[in-house]
Ligand binder design. Structure first.
Ligand code: MG
Length: 392
């Protein structure tokens, strides 16, 4: 092999992921996810250059994620689908015309050096090579949640990336596959009649698809000295006559509303203060003072998203949130699940990371007299210490 370029596909939008950044740029172990991915290829002595296919809107994120990295070619913009993005990446290499390319998902941050070597080794005499793992779970076919059959797993493999090919072969195959929807580059190669060999994959070479995957991936960094911090928040807003009440990001029909400068969402305010507390970054009033007309009637979801952003900037990941609403009425139970989903959505968490509880005070005190609602919240934040080697 004379030269080998890694083509990293990172143009997807990660719609299911939530959060302030596209998933390729979410922090993992203190660095953007994509930085880990790129470092694996940059550090490999048999990779001679790395080109990344990005979403054009992500250029600032890309620049931040690649600061100080060597071997990177100028990034190129991707298309509407992964297949289109790969083709655009391959077309961008026509002048360089490497002998081989390794096509890899930007959202697979842990391809180890031996895995990359196995793919490159196979390309010495194979037209294509991909890492794969045998299916070990029993496979069931089901309809409407009931099993209709057991499928033999004989000969079934889970395909991973990087997928390696001779550059001219895979470029021609991709050009010929325009208009067909194929889920990986090996499928494009197969459609063109190329023989693609399987090499041993790695269980660590996971694809980050949902926010729960990031949490699992974060555990890799814990032995390096991860730490946790807890913050608590408390807030009260008084009732005034009205027709709906905003609590934990949702509207509940009620004969009162909460009085306040913003939308007076006492639940979200307590959560914001809990997150700020864990970061030791002050309180909600410092960031969104009631004296500022910008925040009049403001959706408190905006405040919560900002707190989530501050956590990300501090290298923290929110592990869980627990909020308790204290009132005699309205009834919270029927809305609990919607509230959890709303909070999780704003913070880019999964719903099982968010708890919403409610209690009365047995008729005692201001909440018992139905003068207002109180809320208290706890936020648990994890900090993973960077263990990343950048460059060669
Ligand atoms: Mg408040």
């Amino acid at each position: 092999m004379t030269d080998c370029i890694a083509l990293i596909v990172a143009a997807g939008r990660g719609i299911r992921f939530g959060g302030a950044h596209p998933k390729q740029y979410q922090l993992l172990g203190g660095h953007p996810l994509l930085t880990h991915t790129l470092s694996a290829f940059i550090a490999h002595p048999r990779v001679h250059g790395v080109r990344v296919v990005i979403h054009p809107d992500d250029r600032p994120f890309y620049d931040a994620a690649t600061e100080g990295l060597s071997l990177l070619l100028e990034p190129v913009s991707g298309g509407a689908s992964r297949q289109e993005s790969v083709l655009l990446g391959l077309e961008s290499l026509t002048e360089i015309a490497p002998s081989h390319v390794l096509i890899h998902d930007g959202a697979r941050p842990f391809p180890d050096a031996r895995l990359i070597s196995r793919v490159i080794d196979a390309l010495a005499d194979a037209e294509g090579a991909i890492p794969a793992l045998a299916v070990s779970d029993t496979l069931k076919q089901a309809a409407h949640g009931e099993i209709t059959g057991t499928v033999s797993r004989d000969g079934l493999w889970r395909a991973q990336t990087p997928q390696g090919f001779r550059y001219h072969d895979i470029l021609a195959a991709h050009r010929a596959a325009i208009g067909k929807e194929l889920t990986d580059d090996a499928a494009v190669a197969e459609a063109a009649g190329l023989a693609v060999r399987l090499v041993e994959g790695s269980e660590d070479n996971v694809k980050i698809t949902e926010s729960a995957d990031i949490l699992r991936a974060e555990r890799r960094f814990e032995p390096l000295g991860g730490s946790f911090r807890i913050g608590q928040g408390f807030d009260v807003h008084r009732f005034r006559p009205g027709s709906r009440i905003r609590l934990c990001g949702i509207d509940i029909p009620f004969d009162q509303e909460l009085d306040g400068h913003s939308d007076a969402d006492v639940g979200l305010h307590a959560i914001v203060d809990a997150i700020l507390g864990a970061l030791a970054l002050g309180d909600i009033g410092q960031y969104f003072p009631p004296s500022d007309p910008r925040w009049k009637g403001c959706d408190s979801g905006h405040f919560l998203a900002h707190a989530g952003q501050l956590a990300a900037e501090a290298g923290a990941r929110i592990l869980n949130i627990d909020v308790t609403l204290i009132c005699e009425a309205p009834k919270i139970g029927p809305h609990r699940q919607t509230m959890r989903e709303r909070i999780a959505d704003i913070l880019g968490l999964s719903v099982d990371q968010v708890s919403v509880k409610a209690t009365t005070t047995e008729g005692l005190g201001f909440t018992g007299r139905r003068e207002g609602i109180a809320a208290q919240a706890v936020a648990n934040l994890g900090f993973a210490h960077p263990g990343l080697r950048i460059g060669r």
